[in-house]
Design a protein around this ligand. Structure first.
Ligand code: ATP
Length: 253
Protein backbone atom coordinates (compact mmCIF):
# COMPACT_ATOMS: atom_id res chain seq x y z
CA UNK A 1 0.00 0.00 0.00
CA UNK A 2 1.19 3.55 -0.67
CA UNK A 3 1.48 5.49 2.57
CA UNK A 4 2.09 8.69 0.65
CA UNK A 5 1.12 9.77 -2.84
CA UNK A 6 1.98 13.16 -4.33
CA UNK A 7 0.25 14.09 -7.56
CA UNK A 8 1.21 16.93 -9.87
CA UNK A 9 2.74 19.14 -7.21
CA UNK A 10 3.88 22.58 -8.31
CA UNK A 11 5.61 25.31 -6.37
CA UNK A 12 6.86 28.73 -7.44
CA UNK A 13 8.86 31.27 -5.51
CA UNK A 14 8.09 34.53 -7.29
CA UNK A 15 9.33 34.12 -10.86
CA UNK A 16 11.20 30.91 -10.08
CA UNK A 17 9.52 27.56 -10.65
CA UNK A 18 10.99 25.19 -8.06
CA UNK A 19 8.59 22.31 -8.77
CA UNK A 20 6.80 22.06 -12.10
CA UNK A 21 4.88 18.80 -11.91
CA UNK A 22 6.00 16.28 -9.31
CA UNK A 23 4.28 12.97 -8.80
CA UNK A 24 5.73 10.43 -6.42
CA UNK A 25 4.62 7.55 -4.24
CA UNK A 26 6.06 5.96 -1.12
CA UNK A 27 5.12 2.40 -0.22
CA UNK A 28 4.69 1.01 3.28
CA UNK A 29 8.05 0.09 4.80
CA UNK A 30 9.99 1.37 1.82
CA UNK A 31 13.13 3.54 1.78
CA UNK A 32 12.95 5.87 -1.23
CA UNK A 33 16.07 7.74 -2.33
CA UNK A 34 15.51 11.18 -3.82
CA UNK A 35 18.41 12.46 -5.89
CA UNK A 36 18.96 15.41 -8.19
CA UNK A 37 21.28 18.27 -8.92
CA UNK A 38 21.76 21.23 -6.57
CA UNK A 39 18.68 23.43 -6.81
CA UNK A 40 16.57 20.68 -8.46
CA UNK A 41 13.82 21.19 -5.87
CA UNK A 42 14.42 18.24 -3.52
CA UNK A 43 14.20 20.27 -0.30
CA UNK A 44 11.18 22.16 -1.61
CA UNK A 45 9.41 18.83 -2.21
CA UNK A 46 10.29 17.61 1.30
CA UNK A 47 9.06 20.91 2.76
CA UNK A 48 5.70 20.46 1.03
CA UNK A 49 5.35 16.91 2.34
CA UNK A 50 6.23 18.00 5.89
CA UNK A 51 3.68 20.82 5.86
CA UNK A 52 6.16 23.72 5.79
CA UNK A 53 5.30 24.96 2.28
CA UNK A 54 1.88 24.91 0.66
CA UNK A 55 1.97 23.71 -2.95
CA UNK A 56 0.54 26.02 -5.62
CA UNK A 57 -1.04 23.03 -7.33
CA UNK A 58 -1.36 19.28 -6.91
CA UNK A 59 -2.48 17.04 -4.09
CA UNK A 60 -1.13 14.87 -1.31
CA UNK A 61 -2.68 11.61 -0.19
CA UNK A 62 -1.52 10.24 3.18
CA UNK A 63 -2.59 6.71 4.11
CA UNK A 64 -5.26 6.75 1.44
CA UNK A 65 -6.77 10.09 2.44
CA UNK A 66 -6.31 13.39 0.63
CA UNK A 67 -4.89 16.03 2.98
CA UNK A 68 -4.17 19.73 2.83
CA UNK A 69 -1.32 20.15 5.27
CA UNK A 70 -1.69 23.37 7.27
CA UNK A 71 1.61 23.23 9.16
CA UNK A 72 4.55 21.09 10.23
CA UNK A 73 2.61 20.23 13.40
CA UNK A 74 -0.36 19.11 11.30
CA UNK A 75 1.93 16.81 9.28
CA UNK A 76 3.49 15.53 12.49
CA UNK A 77 0.06 14.69 13.86
CA UNK A 78 -0.45 12.56 10.73
CA UNK A 79 2.81 10.72 11.49
CA UNK A 80 5.14 12.64 9.16
CA UNK A 81 8.41 13.74 10.77
CA UNK A 82 11.43 15.40 9.21
CA UNK A 83 15.15 15.87 9.66
CA UNK A 84 15.92 19.09 7.80
CA UNK A 85 19.04 20.25 6.15
CA UNK A 86 20.27 22.64 8.86
CA UNK A 87 18.68 20.39 11.48
CA UNK A 88 16.36 22.76 13.35
CA UNK A 89 17.90 21.91 16.71
CA UNK A 90 17.90 24.59 19.40
CA UNK A 91 21.52 25.28 20.22
CA UNK A 92 20.92 26.66 23.71
CA UNK A 93 19.00 23.58 24.83
CA UNK A 94 20.47 20.31 26.04
CA UNK A 95 20.68 17.16 23.94
CA UNK A 96 17.78 15.55 25.79
CA UNK A 97 15.57 18.66 25.66
CA UNK A 98 16.12 18.73 21.91
CA UNK A 99 15.28 15.06 21.58
CA UNK A 100 11.96 15.60 23.35
CA UNK A 101 11.19 19.01 21.87
CA UNK A 102 7.41 19.51 21.55
CA UNK A 103 6.69 16.14 23.08
CA UNK A 104 8.23 16.56 26.51
CA UNK A 105 7.56 13.88 29.10
CA UNK A 106 5.73 15.27 32.10
CA UNK A 107 4.48 14.29 35.51
CA UNK A 108 1.36 16.40 35.77
CA UNK A 109 2.41 19.92 34.78
CA UNK A 110 6.11 19.33 35.56
CA UNK A 111 8.78 18.22 33.10
CA UNK A 112 10.04 14.73 33.83
CA UNK A 113 13.69 15.57 33.15
CA UNK A 114 14.93 12.37 34.71
CA UNK A 115 12.90 10.14 32.40
CA UNK A 116 13.84 12.23 29.35
CA UNK A 117 17.55 12.04 30.23
CA UNK A 118 17.34 8.29 30.74
CA UNK A 119 15.48 7.67 27.47
CA UNK A 120 17.69 10.04 25.47
CA UNK A 121 20.76 8.18 26.77
CA UNK A 122 19.17 4.81 25.90
CA UNK A 123 18.15 5.89 22.38
CA UNK A 124 21.58 7.28 21.56
CA UNK A 125 23.22 4.18 22.97
CA UNK A 126 20.92 1.99 20.84
CA UNK A 127 22.05 3.99 17.83
CA UNK A 128 25.66 3.51 18.84
CA UNK A 129 26.14 7.28 19.05
CA UNK A 130 28.73 8.45 21.52
CA UNK A 131 27.51 11.57 23.31
CA UNK A 132 28.86 11.35 26.85
CA UNK A 133 26.57 13.96 28.40
CA UNK A 134 22.95 14.31 27.28
CA UNK A 135 22.63 17.39 29.50
CA UNK A 136 25.22 19.27 27.40
CA UNK A 137 23.99 22.06 25.12
CA UNK A 138 23.82 20.89 21.51
CA UNK A 139 25.89 23.96 20.58
CA UNK A 140 28.84 22.14 22.19
CA UNK A 141 28.52 19.03 19.98
CA UNK A 142 30.30 18.26 16.74
CA UNK A 143 28.37 18.58 13.43
CA UNK A 144 28.05 14.81 13.19
CA UNK A 145 26.81 14.46 16.76
CA UNK A 146 24.19 17.16 16.16
CA UNK A 147 23.07 15.33 13.05
CA UNK A 148 22.77 12.11 15.06
CA UNK A 149 20.63 13.88 17.68
CA UNK A 150 18.32 15.20 14.94
CA UNK A 151 17.98 11.77 13.36
CA UNK A 152 17.44 10.09 16.75
CA UNK A 153 14.71 12.60 17.56
CA UNK A 154 12.86 11.73 14.35
CA UNK A 155 13.40 7.99 14.60
CA UNK A 156 12.11 7.73 18.16
CA UNK A 157 9.14 10.00 17.53
CA UNK A 158 6.73 7.23 16.48
CA UNK A 159 6.59 8.82 13.03
CA UNK A 160 5.38 6.48 10.31
CA UNK A 161 6.75 8.57 7.45
CA UNK A 162 10.27 9.91 7.92
CA UNK A 163 11.73 12.58 5.65
CA UNK A 164 15.51 12.82 5.87
CA UNK A 165 17.00 15.77 4.01
CA UNK A 166 20.67 14.90 3.62
CA UNK A 167 21.02 13.12 6.97
CA UNK A 168 24.56 12.08 6.10
CA UNK A 169 25.90 15.55 5.37
CA UNK A 170 28.45 16.69 7.98
CA UNK A 171 28.84 13.10 9.17
CA UNK A 172 32.14 11.43 9.80
CA UNK A 173 32.53 7.97 8.28
CA UNK A 174 31.69 6.24 11.56
CA UNK A 175 28.63 8.35 12.34
CA UNK A 176 27.44 8.09 8.74
CA UNK A 177 27.67 4.30 8.93
CA UNK A 178 25.62 4.37 12.15
CA UNK A 179 22.87 6.40 10.51
CA UNK A 180 22.81 3.98 7.57
CA UNK A 181 22.55 1.08 10.04
CA UNK A 182 19.69 2.85 11.74
CA UNK A 183 17.84 3.27 8.45
CA UNK A 184 18.37 -0.44 7.75
CA UNK A 185 16.94 -1.23 11.18
CA UNK A 186 13.88 0.89 10.45
CA UNK A 187 13.47 -0.95 7.17
CA UNK A 188 13.61 -4.28 8.98
CA UNK A 189 10.85 -3.05 11.33
CA UNK A 190 8.66 -2.55 8.27
CA UNK A 191 6.24 -0.05 9.83
CA UNK A 192 8.20 3.09 8.96
CA UNK A 193 8.55 4.47 5.44
CA UNK A 194 11.41 6.80 4.58
CA UNK A 195 12.28 9.37 1.92
CA UNK A 196 15.95 10.20 2.02
CA UNK A 197 17.74 12.93 0.06
CA UNK A 198 21.38 12.07 -0.53
CA UNK A 199 24.16 13.15 -2.84
CA UNK A 200 26.20 10.01 -2.28
CA UNK A 201 24.75 7.55 -4.79
CA UNK A 202 26.66 4.57 -3.43
CA UNK A 203 24.89 5.13 -0.10
CA UNK A 204 21.56 5.54 -1.90
CA UNK A 205 22.03 2.19 -3.64
CA UNK A 206 23.17 0.63 -0.40
CA UNK A 207 20.22 1.60 1.77
CA UNK A 208 17.27 2.49 -0.51
CA UNK A 209 14.70 0.20 -2.12
CA UNK A 210 13.90 2.61 -4.92
CA UNK A 211 15.39 5.74 -6.36
CA UNK A 212 13.71 8.82 -7.91
CA UNK A 213 15.54 11.51 -9.82
CA UNK A 214 14.19 15.04 -9.65
CA UNK A 215 15.03 17.15 -12.72
CA UNK A 216 13.54 20.36 -14.03
CA UNK A 217 10.92 20.29 -11.30
CA UNK A 218 9.63 16.81 -12.15
CA UNK A 219 10.49 13.18 -11.39
CA UNK A 220 12.19 11.87 -14.53
CA UNK A 221 13.50 8.53 -13.29
CA UNK A 222 11.93 5.96 -10.98
CA UNK A 223 13.46 2.50 -10.54
CA UNK A 224 14.07 -0.13 -7.85
CA UNK A 225 17.70 0.16 -6.73
CA UNK A 226 18.17 -3.53 -7.52
CA UNK A 227 17.80 -2.60 -11.20
CA UNK A 228 20.19 0.37 -11.17
CA UNK A 229 23.97 0.57 -11.14
CA UNK A 230 26.11 3.30 -9.65
CA UNK A 231 27.44 4.14 -13.13
CA UNK A 232 23.91 4.55 -14.47
CA UNK A 233 22.93 6.96 -11.68
CA UNK A 234 26.12 8.98 -12.02
CA UNK A 235 25.72 9.13 -15.81
CA UNK A 236 22.13 10.40 -15.50
CA UNK A 237 23.19 13.30 -13.33
CA UNK A 238 26.35 14.07 -15.31
CA UNK A 239 24.39 14.09 -18.59
CA UNK A 240 21.96 16.54 -17.07
CA UNK A 241 24.82 18.75 -15.90
CA UNK A 242 26.47 18.72 -19.36
CA UNK A 243 23.18 19.51 -21.09
CA UNK A 244 22.63 22.44 -18.76
CA UNK A 245 26.11 23.81 -19.50
CA UNK A 246 25.42 23.55 -23.23
CA UNK A 247 22.08 25.26 -22.65
CA UNK A 248 20.20 22.38 -24.24
CA UNK A 249 18.70 21.09 -21.05
CA UNK A 250 14.97 20.41 -21.11
CA UNK A 251 12.57 17.95 -19.57
CA UNK A 252 13.90 14.43 -20.06
CA UNK A 253 12.14 12.46 -22.76
N1 ATP B 1 12.04 30.04 0.22
C1 ATP B 1 12.51 30.20 -1.02
N2 ATP B 1 12.40 31.39 -1.65
C2 ATP B 1 12.86 31.55 -2.91
N3 ATP B 1 13.46 30.58 -3.64
C3 ATP B 1 13.62 29.37 -3.05
C4 ATP B 1 13.15 29.12 -1.72
N4 ATP B 1 13.45 27.83 -1.40
C5 ATP B 1 14.07 27.31 -2.49
N5 ATP B 1 14.15 28.22 -3.47
C6 ATP B 1 14.73 28.00 -4.82
O1 ATP B 1 14.07 26.88 -5.39
C7 ATP B 1 14.99 26.06 -6.11
C8 ATP B 1 14.99 24.67 -5.52
O2 ATP B 1 15.62 24.72 -4.24
P1 ATP B 1 15.74 23.45 -3.30
O3 ATP B 1 16.36 23.89 -2.02
O4 ATP B 1 14.44 22.77 -3.23
O5 ATP B 1 16.78 22.54 -4.13
P2 ATP B 1 17.54 21.20 -3.72
O6 ATP B 1 17.32 20.22 -4.82
O7 ATP B 1 17.15 20.79 -2.35
O8 ATP B 1 19.07 21.70 -3.75
P3 ATP B 1 20.37 21.22 -2.88
O9 ATP B 1 20.72 19.84 -3.33
O10 ATP B 1 21.40 22.22 -3.32
O11 ATP B 1 20.01 21.33 -1.44
C9 ATP B 1 16.35 26.76 -6.01
O12 ATP B 1 16.52 27.53 -7.18
C10 ATP B 1 16.20 27.65 -4.78
O13 ATP B 1 17.02 28.80 -4.88
Amino acid sequence: MSVLVAEHLAKRFGALTALRDVSLRLEQGEVLGLIGDNGAGKSTLIKIICGYHRPDAGRLVVNGKEVELRSVDHARALGIDTVYQGLALINELSVYHNMFLNRELRIGPLLNNRAMRRLARAHLEDMGVNIPNVSAEVAKLSGGQRQAVAVARAVYSDAKILLLDEPLAAMGAKEGALILDLIRELKARGDVSVIIIAHNYAQVLDVCDRVNLLQHGAITFDKPTAEVTLDELTELVVAEYRARRRGTSGPAA
